[in-house]
Design a protein around this ligand. Structure first.
Ligand code: AMP
Ligand code: GLY
Length: 423
């Protein structure tokens, strides 16, 4: 079949890498892709956000199946539009994508169906938000409701910080319309973990757990990023906790979405806080995590394309997914300065040497091929991924891969996996 993957990050390279291994995949296309994706797929220069352009292209090329990587086109209705012209797609409808597109929508669903999450109130007016903040004891978290590229969440240690966050979102409108509604919620204490499941509207098949490293620098210091590294599985998720997450959180969410007339289809990425009272939802995302997808794909021991198709076609009750009994760990290499200002156009070398290490796979993110060279064009540039029998083994191997990459203008964290190793 002819498959189109939408997106250009490390997540999409990992998806392409896994899909390309399927005997079902005869032609693999990517829009817009990157230099790593271009080695295994035909890249077309259509932006992931160009919903109409993608639908036109998929129609013209008679694409059989579209796999959507990032959230923006999902929220904008790419899957609805593809299905309307008879093209199968992996990902939720625009309505179901509101689980990520609107934090107010998400929190209200959780509250209505009694799914554990932080206590909260919603505001569309700054003074009311401030009055509520005054009444809280302890830290609060202020969140812009709409998509804010991961920046719309502020953890506020005191009243002044919370007031400043409200002003920034609702008066200065730093995130535009995304901040017209805000949530003020209780600060939860615990260990954070990501949990992924494939969902076809009715059936949920758990994938695996993973832990991300959001801060830019070692020791979880520095500004928040899209994610500087991850590993899977996350040892904090015991078999008992896994069952509890499925029974108390994932299954009720699937039922809730169906009951609300927005059956959920695609991958459900649940950000959880494991608190003393048990797992509670931090957020839902309607797509794979980046870089969590890289480690999930590295551990997947079944045909990924078959699983994604079963998900899109409502046949998840018929499939079983096998996982490698190994840990996968990814170290993100980013341009010096990321997530702030960074240089573009620097040359990255060492791919042959790093790629030759057994057990190491290099996923590209912000790269382009130019005149026979690989150029860094984004903040996050590579995801050096390794598998091993233990977290330590996977970590050692991944850093061996990192050290084989020759990119003086890049940096990475040196402590990816620390939480799992501390256990
Ligand atoms: P979100 O995009 O909602 O996941 O928020 C981004 C990050 O902020 C999360 O990954 C958490 O580290 C943190 N965070 C969000 N909400 C809370 C909360 N209620 N309590 C503690 N930390 C939070
Ligand atoms: N790595 C976190 C995310 O993709 O949202």
């Amino acid at each position: 079949m002819k498959v189109l993957v939408v997106g250009s990050g490390g997540r999409e390279h990992a998806l392409c890498w896994a899909i390309a291994k399927s005997p079902k995949c005869k032609t693999l296309l990517a829009a817009p892709g990157n230099a790593g994706i271009a080695e295994i797929a035909q890249c077309v220069n259509i932006a992931a956000e160009d919903v109409n352009g993608l639908v036109q292209f998929a129609t013209k090329e008679k694409v059989d199946f579209v796999v959507v990587g990032p959230e923006a086109p999902l929220v904008d209705g790419l899957v609805d539009k593809l299905e309307a012209v008879g093209i199968k797609a992996f990902g939720p409808s625009a309505k179901a994508a509101q689980l990520e597109g609107s934090k107010v929508f998400m929190k209200d669903i959780l509250a209505k169906y009694d799914i554990p999450t932080a206590d909260y109130e919603t505001f569309d007016e700054p003074d009311a938000a401030k009055e509520y903040i005054i009444k809280q004891n302890g830290p609060v978290v202020v969140k812009a409701s709409g998509l804010a590229a991961g920046k719309g969440v502020v953890i506020c240690h005191n009243r002044n910080e919370a007031f400043a966050a409200i002003d920034q979102m609702m008066i200065e409108r730093s995130f535009g319309a995304a901040g017209d509604e805000v949530i003020v919620e209780e600060f939860m204490v615990g260990e954070e973990v990501s949990f992924f499941a494939l969902v076809d509207g009715k059936t949920a098949v758990p994938l695996a757990s993973a832990q991300d490293h959001k801060a830019a620098h070692d020791g979880d210091l520095g500004p928040n990023t899209g994610g500087m590294g991850a590993y899977s599985p996350a040892p904090v998720i015991t078999p008992k906790l896994h069952d509890q997450i499925m029974a108390d959180i994932i299954e009720p969410t699937i039922k809730a979405m169906a009951a609300e007339g927005a059956p959920y289809k695609g991958v459900l990425f649940c950000g959880l806080m494991i608190t003393k009272q048990g797992p509670r939802v931090l957020e839902y995302n309607v797509r794979f995590g980046d870089p969590e997808c890289q480690v999930l794909m590295a551990r997947f021991d079944s045909d990924v394309l078959t699983a994604l198709l079963a998900c899109a076609e409502g046949r998840l009750n018929k499939i079983k997914i096998k996982w490698k009994d190994e840990t996968a760990l990814v170290v993100v290499m980013a341009a010096e300065g990321y997530p702030g200002n960074y240089a573009k156009g620097t040359v990255v070398n060492g791919f042959a040497k790093a790629g030759a290490i057994e057990g190491v796979t290099i996923f590209h993110a912000g790269t382009q091929a130019k005149g026979g060279k690989i150029i860094a064009t984004g903040g996050r540039v590579l995801g050096v991924t390794a598998t091993g029998k233990t977290v330590k083994a996977a970590q050692t191997l991944a850093y061996k891969g990192v050290d084989a990459i020759d990119w003086p203008q890049g940096f990475c964290r040196r402590d990816i996996g620390w939480r799992a190793l501390k256990r």
